[in-house]
Design a protein around this ligand. Structure first.
Ligand SMILES: [Zn+2]
Length: 309
């Protein structure tokens, strides 16, 4: 089923969906940026591809039935690498079992009878931050989520930089240490093995089995030496990644989101000090401001943008 654009003059409401490994969030939004209704549910990963698709369909139908609103389209930000033209998952890790190869667009359009647009979740979050968040209307920036892994997106001249298989901005698997830790992508020494929330939890755990990143931050706030050592390493790895990306792409700013940013004020001085040692260029970091809703809001924006084409 194919849908053409209809022009932006009489755009009504769309559904934005953020599909992650633990939760699916869906909301109805209008083009002024109002979130009119929101629902979420646990991602039924144990049911595999069919179960996840059924959950998406159920959320879409619930929102349509509850509100009676005329929904024009659905935008989805999904974990994994996404072929945006086809709306297909090029690759997803075991965070979403069986998701690789799923043609989300085609299957949901058939099930729901309205246009569906799909993009990677970090990329929709980047669109959300540009629409209603930390970098409104900024033309050239890079967005990174420091969460379970590290997601990334590059905005160039106000638009997402995309490639046919959706790999552009896949910064979590940029190699930081050639002989480093193995990664779930099959590679070694990837950026997300050192600077994600999962990596920070693992580093804390190596100090003391009872520690995770939350305990680590509590210890850091009272200047515990072991905690400070872990944070120095983390800040050094994160700064190395950011400086490399800056040399490649020279964004006006880096927008950083994800759970690790909850403790940003605590480790910001360490990061800034490490960046200053690596480069003379000013590297500007802006914390994301939409929190966990960024992916869902940006997915709605994606739907509006695609419908207007
Ligand atoms: Zn990797």
């Amino acid at each position: 089923m194919a849908y053409g654009g209809r022009g932006s003059a009489s755009m009504g409401e769309v559904i934005g969906i953020d599909l992650g490994g633990t939760k699916i969030k869906a909301g109805i939004m209008d083009e002024q940026g109002n979130l009119l209704r929101k629902l979420d549910m646990r991602t039924p990963i144990e049911l595999g591809r069919a179960g996840i698709l059924a959950a998406l369909e159920q959320l879409i139908q619930s929102l349509r039935n509850e509100t009676g609103a005329r929904i024009e389209a659905v935008g989805i930000g999904s974990a994994g690498q996404i072929d945006r033209c086809r709306g297909t998952v090029t690759f997803a890790t075991e965070l979403l079992p069986g998701w690789t190869g799923t043609n989300i667009k085609e299957l949901l359009q058939q099930a729901c009878g309205i246009p569906v647009f799909v993009e990677n979740d970090a990329k929709t979050a980047a669109l959300g931050e540009r629409w209603l968040g930390a970098v409104r209307d900024l033309a050239h920036y890079m967005f990174l989520t420091l969460g379970t892994g590290i997601g990334g997106a590059m905005i160039h001249e106000g638009k997402l930089l995309t490639t046919p298989s959706g790999g552009a901005g896949n910064v979590g698997h940029m190699v930081l240490h050639a002989q480093g830790f193995s990664c779930n992508c099959g590679g070694r020494g990837c950026f997300e093995q050192y600077a994600s929330g999962t990596a920070l939890d693992a580093s804390a755990n190596r100090i003391d089995p009872r520690w995770d990143s939350r305990v680590l931050m509590e210890k850091l706030s009272v200047k515990d030496e072991r905690a400070e050592h872990v944070i120095l390493r983390f800040a050094d790895d994160l700064s190395a990644g950011l400086v490399s990306l800056h040399n490649i792409y020279e964004p006006q700013v880096f927008v950083l989101g994800g759970g690790v940013m909850d403790s940003y004020p605590l480790w910001k001085p360490y990061l800034e000090s490490s960046i200053r040692k690596r480069t003379r260029h000013p590297i500007i970091i802006v914390p994301a401001s939409l929190g966990n809703d960024a992916g869902m809001i940006g997915a709605a924006r994606l739907a509006f943008d695609e419908m207007a084409l």
